[in-house]
Design a protein around this ligand. Structure first.
Ligand SMILES: [Zn+2]
Length: 69
């Protein structure tokens, strides 16, 4: 799933901000390009490894646009 063994965010290309203390792998979150709830598939093609910063701003954008509707 996390093919980004390089530990770089696929959105902003920055390296993972920190590594998990336990297993020492880069900390990136799996984000589905098309949400599973929207019919997206749980595949590598539909997933990207994002740093927490991008994930947070992404979520904020979603909730903001949901507000404006
Ligand atoms: Zn990022």
């Amino acid at each position: 799933m996390l093919h980004s063994a390089t530990g770089h965010c696929e959105r902003c290309q920055r390296p993972a901000p920190f590594r998990r203390k336990t297993v020492h792998t880069p900390y990136l979150e799996v984000h589905h390009k098309v949400w599973l709830a929207h019919g997206g598939q749980d595949t590598v093609e539909n997933a990207e490894a994002l740093c927490p910063t991008v994930t947070v701003s992404n979520t904020m954008m979603v909730s903001r646009s949901a507000h404006s509707i």
